[in-house]
Ligand binder design. Structure first.
Ligand code: SF4
Ligand SMILES: [Zn+2]
Ligand SMILES: [Zn+2]
Length: 312
């Protein structure tokens, strides 16, 4: 069998970029990977020497790669910290947390672990037991809030997430289909500051999931391939399938969705500016209503479990 060769130097290729038809060797693939991270971060943050960047580390390949590439590219200029959230998903989170610890230790960064059980008094497993819908919206909303609260406590200037191109384009499409303009405006990256909200950046926003996997394997990043037991219930799965089909028949679809979103962002920002953001009556986090979404979900699950609203 003929081994594909790098289009730039002729050495054996490790990756085929299907949307451009290019084969690349490890050296040229890595160079392009890092270049894309630098280029896309320039559009997302204001880089300052000494700023604190909190990397949300799940134990998977994406956030592990994000931490590694940030450390390689900016480790000499910014202070990196890692945080993992234990949402209380038995049989899944314990194992992924172990990989997260290894990934943080390998990069030599401080690693903080926070849990739903300690912070909220309820877990995603609790929510899955009592809610009549998939627990993912509960899990995602409560994780976002906890990350924001801890980022403020830790004095972080940015939260970096491992979101790759596949995740991001799915999120854009999902919110378009749901006609949820406000959510679309809030996805981030957040160059426009919202008081009380630590801006989020996505170093891997332009990189397809398959290429992140190649990078993580080649760089020897510790990661777990464990899949959350609730993932198959999530609505996102349908968008993953649809986008997978579109990408294979119209290569470049994911990039088009990303570019479409980035072009649309200034207009979405205008729309978001018109909404008054206040503080949640219960927890003080930013919200446009009386109670933030996380408090509403926490209270709903506690009520269904027969637990008191507040912990001692
Ligand atoms: S798949 Fe759903 S329940 Fe599992 S970690 Fe992700 S958001 Fe939480
Ligand atoms: Zn090459
Ligand atoms: Zn609240």
């Amino acid at each position: 069998m003929r081994v594909p060769r790098c289009d730039k130097c002729g050495r054996p290729a490790v990756a085929l970029l299907t949307y451009s038809g290019r084969h690349l060797c490890w050296e040229h693939f890595r160079e392009l990977f890092h270049k894309r991270v630098r280029r896309w971060l320039r559009r997302q943050w204001f880089l300052r020497r000494g700023m604190r960047v909190l990397v949300a580390l799940s134990g998977g390949k994406d956030s592990g790669s994000a931490l590694h590439v940030l450390n390689e590219e900016f480790g000499d200029r910014v202070e990196l910290l890692a945080i993992s959230v234990d949402e209380g998903i038995r049989g899944f989170r314990e194992r992924t947390l172990e990989r997260a610890k290894e990934a943080a230790a390998r990069e030599g960064v401080e690693h903080v672990i926070v849990s739903f059980r300690e912070f909220y008094g309820v877990t995603t497993d609790d929510a899955a037991r009592v809610l009549d819908r998939p627990p993912c919206s509960f899990c995602g909303v409560l994780r976002r809030k906890l990350l924001n609260v801890k980022a403020k406590e830790l004095g972080a200037d940015y939260i970096a997430l491992g979101t790759n191109l596949d995740d991001f384009s799915q999120t854009v499409l999902m919110n378009v289909v749901k006609n949820d303009i406000m959510k679309l405006a809030r996805i981030g990256p957040h160059k426009l500051r919202i008081p009380g909200l630590v801006p989020r950046v996505f170093p891997l926003i332009s990189i397809p999931e398959s290429e992140v996997l190649t990078y993580a394997l080649q760089e020897g990043i510790p990661f777990s391939e464990e899949v959350c037991p609730y993932k198959f219930l999530a609505v996102r799965g349908r968008f993953r399938k649809v986008l997978g089909y579109l990408e294979s028949s119209i290569p470049g679809t994911r990039h088009s969705l990303l570019n479409f979103y980035m072009e649309l962002r200034p207009f979405l920002g205008e729309r978001a500016r018109g909404v008054r953001v206040g503080e949640c009556e219960r927890c003080g986090e930013p919200t446009s209503g009386r109670l933030c979404k996380a408090c509403q979900l926490e209270l709903e699950v506690k009520r269904l479990l027969g637990l008191p609203a507040e912990q001692d």
